[in-house]
Ligand binder design. Structure first.
Ligand code: AHR
Length: 631
């Protein structure tokens, strides 16, 4: 065709298309045509100590740097209190502590003090100590003294007013290390995080303290338990598993800094604490048993990640005899979690207070071993696989990098994306080889907004989740990461985290709500659907719940204009007439939630009355929607 006739043909086509009415966007759904099973365990949680997730986060301890007796050289978060003319000195005593694990302590030497002018120490908590009215706080410390019988006054004090909000006196101190307990009860005090804890001595004496602890009421009233508001937020996500304990936190920067589970169980005084790769020391109050009890409280299963001989500074253990002790450690860990009380480590768990074994189906071998440049992961995975399968043939073993020598049961893949990437990659798993290993997307997030994701990120997440659901025959599990961030200055090491909090309150980001919406409307099968004429940035997934005869239609409109969509449920004339619509939207992609404004972007439920199986709805700009219908 010559240039002139080509131009004429184009003009004719353009003219024709201008005259034709624009094709309107439509979604045709074949409710009786299932395309894939939806994994019942698709949505879960991933956790590690990062962004003050446990210490200063989920783990409800209120005292910061409670174990002075570790390897801190200087005192952090502990300062001298000297009322009136009292004279005292505070230091770290490297020579005495309450246990082999905590060999050092906080030494308070009071040379002059009275009842009216006592001296001692104060702790400022994790960006304050939250206080609520009519609440009991359970406290304890280890101590010894050179002045037998010296009483210790314990108080919660308001930072601004200096008013005591709760107090107790501990007596009976001796020359031997011993644990003392106390209760602080508040009266009708205002809710505030601006408080500190003080321990004072009313006469000249030297007192050594360690493991000073204070807990508010916890979720399910667990001793050494978790923050209630954060656990409630997790429960609302309807998760099915918890991937623990990391992440980089499992590996540590160095082999010596890996998560050594055996040092995280039993009495707190026997836990030495350890450095984490996220630049602060972990108290290990959230130890292996606490992780498992966290699962129990949410009625979910652990996905237990075991250390596999690689740490982040390119340190690795060669497969073969050198790796054997690490493999044995993993076998012991599995036994601690899931063995009955007739086994060595099952009995140890019972001794630690939990006789019943925890359900366990998945064990992950390492974390992100694609970073290991030595090429040793293939051999390491194979060695763990052989040893674990021999004892536990039913466990599914997750690889964290592709394996050439064998087919792993499950492969963990991680995705951290900008919103544009999440949109562009929403079909990522559509063409994945069904003969390959099952996929666990063990970490993923759209990273826009900090400390927590904004609506644009949530739209990216939702677009991407439509792909996970469609392909949930192969993608059996997925968990957003990281889960938590303490939003105080210095609290965040990794931007874009699902749930934000300070000492007093917490909020879910728009991405959190996207997770809630998707996980609470999962369905059991994906069904065939055809989206037509919708243009870019519109994503859908349709699932049904066979038993409940519910249809879930997810529509993500990431565009700046409303999108009228004509929806036809084919082959189901009895559908409707009431449709529940839950919608998460905002005026701008930058819309977000925060401590100050926790509910700027939250789901809103409404109802659509339809005349039958065909109806139209206009989906708001920047919106994530779930339609729930009975069929
Ligand atoms: O989620 C933050 C970090 O990202 C994880 O610790 C690590 O596994 C990944 O690289």
């Amino acid at each position: 065709m010559c240039k002139r006739s080509a131009a004429l043909a184009l003009l004719a086509a353009l003219t024709l298309s201008l005259r034709l009415p624009a094709q309107s966007p439509s979604l045709a759904i074949q409710v009786y045509h299932p395309t894939a099973k939806v994994s019942p365990t698709l949505y879960g949680l991933m956790t590690e100590e990062i962004n003050f997730s446990y210490d200063g986060g989920l783990y409800a301890e209120l005292v910061r740097d409670r174990t002075i007796g570790t390897d801190w050289q200087a005192l952090a978060h502990w300062t001298l209190v000297a009322r009136g003319n009292s004279v005292a000195d505070v230091s770290v005593d490297q020579a005495t502590g309450p246990s082999a694990a905590l060999p050092r302590s906080l030494k308070v030497s009071v040379t002059s003090a009275t009842e009216a002018a006592p001296a001692g120490v104060q702790n400022d908590g994790f960006w304050g100590i939250p206080v609520r009215p009519r609440t009991s706080y359970s406290g304890s410390f280890y101590a010894k003294t050179d002045s037998v019988g010296v009483p210790i006054s314990v108080k919660l004090v308001n930072d601004g007013t200096g008013a005591t909000v709760a107090s107790a006196t501990v007596i009976g101190l001796s020359g031997e290390w011993k644990q003392y307990t106390f209760t602080l009860k508040t009266a009708q005090v205002p809710v505030t995080a601006n408080n500190h804890l003080i321990l004072t001595i009313p006469r000249p004496a030297t007192v050594w303290f360690d493991l000073v602890s204070l807990f508010p009421p916890t979720y399910h009233n667990r001793v050494n338990g978790n923050r209630i508001d954060l656990m409630e937020k997790l429960a609302a996500m309807d998760p099915k598993f918890l991937r623990l304990p990391g992440g980089n936190y499992l590996e540590g920067d160095h082999i010596s800094e890996r998560f050594q589970w055996k040092k995280t169980i039993g009495p707190l005084v026997d836990r030495p604490t350890h450095p984490s790769p996220w630049h602060y020391r972990s108290s290990d109050g959230m130890g292996l048993l606490e992780f498992l009890e966290w699962c129990e409280d949410l009625k979910i299963e652990p996905v237990l990640a075991v250390y596999a001989g690689y740490s982040m500074m390119q340190e690795h253990v060669d497969p073969g005899p050198a790796l054997e002790p690490y493999v044995q450690d993993a076998l012991d860990e599995i036994e601690y979690a899931a063995g009955d009380t007739g086994t060595k480590w099952g009995a140890e768990r019972a001794k630690n207070g939990h006789a019943a074994p925890f359900p366990l189906h998945y064990v992950e071998i390492g974390n992100e071993d694609w970073f290991d440049r030595s090429g040793s992961y293939d051999g390491r995975y194979a060695q763990y696989y052989k040893a674990i399968k021999q004892r536990y043939p039913d466990l599914q073993l997750i690889a964290t990098a592709p394996i050439k020598s064998m087919r792993p049961d499950v492969l963990d893949e991680h995705f951290y994306m900008a919103a544009e990437q999440s949109f562009a990659d929403a079909n990522h798993y559509d063409k994945v080889d069904r003969q390959g290993p099952k996929i666990f997307v063990g970490e993923w997030a759209t990273r826009e907004g900090e400390p927590t994701p904004n609506l644009q990120a949530a739209l990216g997440d939702a677009a991407w989740m439509t792909g996970l659901e469609r392909n949930s025959d192969i993608v059996i599990m997925a968990s957003y990461a990281p889960l938590f961030v303490n939003v105080n200055p210095g609290g965040m090491q990794w931007a874009t985290d699902l749930i934000g909090y300070d000492a007093l309150s917490s909020y879910g980001s728009p991405s959190y709500w996207a997770q809630v919406l998707f996980a609470n409307h999962l369905g059991t099968e994906a069904v065939a659907s055809t989206l037509a004429n919708a243009g870019p940035r519109v994503y859908t997934s349709v699932t049904r719940d066979e038993k409940r005869r519910k249809l879930f239609v997810k529509v993500v409109n990431a565009r700046s204009d409303a999108m009228p969509l004509s929806i036809a449920i084919e082959g189901a004339p009895g559908v409707g007439p009431e449709v529940t619509l839950i919608s998460l939207s905002g005026k701008s992609p930058n819309a977000t939630n925060s401590i100050a404004n926790p509910e700027a972007v939250v789901p809103v439920e409404s109802h659509i009355h339809t005349a039958g199986a065909k109806f139209e709805h206009s989906f708001a700009p920047y919106s994530i929607n779930v339609l729930e219908l009975s069929y």
